[in-house]
Design a protein. Sequence first.
Length: 275
Amino acid sequence: MAQTRLKLVSGDGAEATSPRRRLIEVDRLTKTYRTRDGDVPSLKPIDLAIREGEFVAVVGPSGCGKSTLLKLMAGLIPPTSGEIRIDGKPVKEPPDDVGIVFQSPVLLAWRTVIRNVMMPVEVRRLDRETHLARARKLIATAGLEGFENKYPWQLSGGMQQRTAICRALVHDPKIVLMDEPFGALDAMTRERMNLELQRIHHETQKTITLITHSIPEAVFLADRVVVMTERPGSIAAIYDVPLGRPRSLEMMGDPAFIALSQKIREHFYAQGHLD
């Protein structure tokens, strides 16, 4: 199986040689929250570039600003300073070319699977028939065929999250942002969802950024792993993942997988945090 070279990239976000263009550019980004008790710095200046079609995972201790970084990329909150560009355009509001998956599926209980998936189409007033065909194809890809008319309470946790992923993809965004989407699932379901997400990424070639507390999950799924420091968060290191694709769960026993996981874990030991 072909493998890429393990490489530590400096915290300035410099990227490995690749013909793929930069799709997301984070330039000297900072975020400070204003509270009645004073300013709370969340992110120190961050520089990061994510290439088209790349799967990037972000790991770091609780409260380090991982979710804040994702919200900034999604245009849900404004930066204190610096800039995020998608396709060269500054992000000032939620871009049309971004889909978001949260930790909770956030499905509407009174809507069926197909109607939950179609919700972004209705909100954006897109062509229904074209996107309905796409929704059905996504549902089949996610292994939910036959459950189109089921309600969220009739689905398992993993099936609900797959529905949320389909909803994020239905308007065909270039980018999918995922904030700890499998954190509430049991270990076995989480492993199945990791395999499912890998397959969806392979078939759609979307650019995916995943926030996770799980080092093994980050290494298993990502092309690169971004390691953040404790709050106020900054980038401690960026690692290429030296594993070919597709990846099986057995790969978690591969020496390269173990070595990279341990190298990432050492950052948290150094900061006084454990995975």
